[in-house]
Write a protein that binds this ligand. Sequence first.
Ligand code: CP
Length: 346
Amino acid sequence: MVNKASNQTANIQLDNNGQLKHFLTTEGLSSEILTQILDTAESFANINDQRVKKVPLLRGKTIVNLFFEASTRTRTTFELAAKRLSADILNINISTSSTSKGETLLDTLQNIQAMQCDMFVVRHSDSGAAYFIASHVAPNISVINAGDGSHAHPTQAMLDMFTIRRNKGADFSRLRIAIVGDILHSRVARSQIHALNILNTGEVRVIAPRTLLPVDIEDMGVNIYNRLETGIKDADVVIMLRLQKERMQGAFLPSEQEYYRLYGLTSSRLKAARKDVIVMHPGPINRGVEIDSSVADGSHSVILNQVSYGISVRMAVMTMTLGSNQILPEQPHAQSPASNHGTRQS
Ligand code: CP
């Protein structure tokens, strides 16, 4: 598998007119493109609240979900997003596909491509897999990275930016945002850090034991903390991450109990943050490992809102990459901070 550096990845994301063609990473994109994604998602938010949740923007398009790794939120919200845009969507079950008979990734792709599809949504355990696929597909096909190894998860990062903007307003320069936990293995954290810096966030903090920080963390434009209490002090937003045990081959931690003792977010610890702090988590949650249930289900949590917003954000990315966003309904301006940020959506 090719493991390309992210700067190279960023280049093939844009077409000759500078428009988004593939969405592989937030790194290297402009604030205009990221803001366009957020504004376009905002214009779709109303559709998701209507009785008939459908618009014809991608009618006649075929989208293929190609998930080589497990997923609940990402795969289903991509599927819902495609259906709400009136596209046809195929979910390829990798475990029962001919990859189990030894078919290569490229052969699998070429065969699905021969079925006249327009977009691949790809999740893979190898960093660089989405770039590799985008480099090999026919020119009319767009590729969306739904998570590759520990490299990038750009649509998750953008739904997180959308959640922050909905709750805290469009001016990220006023915000202090803390990302806590397994930064080393987290493609979500990498994509969030790039997006937050592109959107000119006031301060981005990462909080983790040294063993769970990547070697290049000091080059990523963040402030580093090893203690949770000091790291979340006066934070506007606290983003908790899952311990990615499936990507840990060595002894990164003494034990989960010890990790929870030092880094688990409890109601008592959260008092160090601002009174109106929002707590986020990309899911899946390990309750009692990185976060206590009283916080995950508490009044500061916007975790289920993140999931809901994922539909609008993925609708935005699909229409932008397929060049179909020019006939959108009028776009409202960024919303002011929500007064009741803890309100759950059904
Ligand atoms: N946040 C996220 O990627 O969740 P899933 O693994 O369930 O898709």
